[in-house]
Structures are given as C-alpha cells and as structure tokens.
Design a protein around this ligand. Structure first.
Ligand code: SF4
Length: 317
C-alpha cells in the first residue's frame, strides 16, 4: 500500500478516470473535486451513484467514467454498495476473483441524499461497518431540481424554497446540519472534508483513507454556479475563499480524533465569501442586514475559537 503523501500540484496523479464533456453545469465545484477523487481512487473502483446532479454524468450510452457505475434511487445507495461489496467478497472467497482484482466501492451523492433522504440507510451501513467510500458533493441545496433548500443549506441562504420577500427577508432560517459530526458519532475509521481549491489536501486524504477498512466519508463543498448565482469561472476561487474565511473547515477524523489539515494564517472576513454570491445578495442590498452578517461571522469565530483556543479576533480584516 502506497502511503506516500504528495507535496505539491506537480505530484498530482496524471491518471484520468473522469473525462471531460459531461452534461453537468460549467464550473460545477463537485465535478472539479470528483476528477481528483477518481485520480486518487484509481481504475479498480465501482461507483454507486444515488440520484442527484451526478446522475447526469452517465446518460446511456455515454459515460465519462473509466469505472463501472450503478445508478440507485436517492435513499438506497448504501444498500447498493452493500450488495456489490458482498458479491465481491463472495467471489474472492470462492476463488472466482483474484484479490488483486478487487474493487473499491464508492457511493456518490449530493447533499440532499447525504444530509436528508439517505441518512437512515447510511447510518445502517456505518453500523454494519460496510467497507466503502462515501463522497458527498455538497452544494448546499437540491441542485438539479431548482435549488430547493436541504439539510445542508446554510442560514440566510436564498433557495427555491426559502425565497426573499417581505415576510421573510432572511432566506433560510435554519443552520446547516453538521454531517461530519453525525458521521463521527458512529465512530467510522475515516472522515474528511475536502475542497476543489485544495487538490493536494484532497489526494492525501484519500491516500490516508485507503489504509482503513470500513466507512470512509468525504464531504466536498461544491460551488454551484446556477444555484449560488455565481460566474462559472469563479468556482475554484470561491471554494478557496470558503476555506480562507473559515466558513469551510478542512479537517479529518481518524476513529473520531479530529485534525484540521489546513488552517488559514489570517482569516478573511466571511463577508468576502458571502458578497460574491447571488444567494446571499439580500444581505447587502437594498439594505445591509448587519445583524445577520454579524451572526454568521460570530458562528464561524466560535467554531475556530474552540479549535484554536480563545482569540478575541480571528478575522484579520
Ligand atoms: S446544479 Fe450545481 S451541483 Fe448540480 S451539476 Fe450544476 S453546478 Fe453542479
């Protein structure tokens, strides 16, 4: 097993397992990361794709994948993964499959499945210690059906079901669920958050995860140009801003022990990230909603104060 971590972009694997020309939106942050995830996972991988944006990737008879691909309904991708894992194990046990030809089983979902509809079957798979990877492309709403709010939608985001009007000038009223902590409570071997702006960190997390048998989670914050109302060419920059402002913490947990893998030296104000996106434009005009902006910044500061110890001001604006 090769656990040699990479140091820079020039060390990224040259192998491509996801080819261009897919029907997903230009600038999809989920697709940017998926390309790197599949470089790390390699060709001996089978993908179980719960219904969502990435269903668009394989439209018969075309596919951008080098890997096998199974489509499932939203809630049952872990059940599909269990069936494939069991079949591979039985074939290996019966001597009908060389262990060298074994496949990694990877569930691919969006946040609607990961945070909401599929959480029960995923919890069951974790309880059974199913040996699988789970990649959640988190664009913080139901992307391909009109950007309706999901359990991943952050406070104050405008979505198809949290529109801005006289009655509700705020947008989403509930905070984003903490999927990382929901998974961590099951004590799986490996969990991580990833970003398309940090491919070296992403690849190294897959290298570390490969050592462990059992459930392995990767949550990717996925800039979504049509839903976030942003320019497709800004997706990587926005993903970087999410990390630089501290609103998206890059971390991992090995058997529950959390480590932050990238900590900004100087945190940028969260406002820098919010003001770039149409889904938060109501916080800045026609009138600036100071109390909401302050409460978002306070939530981020509280998180990092707990991680780094109390500091009066983390934001170096
Ligand atoms: S709707 Fe958003 S998440 Fe879905 S494919 Fe388009 S950019 Fe990607």
């Amino acid at each position: 097993m090769n656990m040699q971590l990479i140091k820079s972009l020039k060390d990224l694997p040259a192998e491509e397992n996801l080819f261009p020309g897919t029907p997903t939106c230009a600038g999809c942050g989920g697709l940017l990361s998926l390309r790197h995830c599949l470089k790390a996972l390699g060709k001996k991988t089978v993908i179980v794709n719960a219904a969502g944006c990435f269903t668009l990737l394989s439209v018969y008879p075309f596919t951008p994948f080098q890997n096998s691909w199974l489509y499932t309904a939203m809630a049952c991708a872990p059940a599909g993964a269990q069936g494939i894992r069991d079949a591979l194990d039985i074939l290996i046990k019966k001597g009908r499959l060389d262990p060298e030809e074994d496949l990694k089983v990877v569930v691919l979902t969006g946040d609607g499945v990961a945070y909401d509809m599929g959480i029960a079957s995923t919890s069951g798979a974790m309880h059974r210690n199913l040996d699988f990877y789970y990649i959640c492309s988190d664009n913080e709403a139901y992307g391909n059906t009109g950007f309706q709010s999901s359990g991943a939608t952050p406070f104050a985001s405008k979505t198809g079901t949290t529109p801005i009007g006289k009655i509700s000038p705020t947008g989403a009223l509930l905070p984003k669920k903490d999927l990382f902590e929901i998974w961590r409570s099951h004590k799986p071997p490996y969990l991580a958050t990833i970003s398309p702006a940090h491919p070296v960190d992403l690849i190294n997390k897959f290298k570390k995860a490969e050592q462990y048998k059992g459930p392995k989670l990767f949550i990717n914050l996925s800039p979504c140009p049509p839903g976030w109302t942003t320019d497709p060419s800004h997706s990587a920059r926005l993903a970087k801003l999410a990390v630089d402002t501290g609103i998206w913490a890059l971390k991992e947990a090995i058997y529950g022990e959390v480590t932050h893998t990238i900590i900004p030296r100087k945190f940028k104000p969260v406002e820098d990230y919010l003001k770039e996106q149409g889904r938060f434009s109501h916080l800045f005009k026609p009138v600036r909603q100071e109390s909401i902006l302050k409460s978002i910044q306070t939530t981020v500061d509280q998180y990092w104060n707990e991680v780094l110890g109390n500091r009066n001001s983390l934001c170096n604006s």
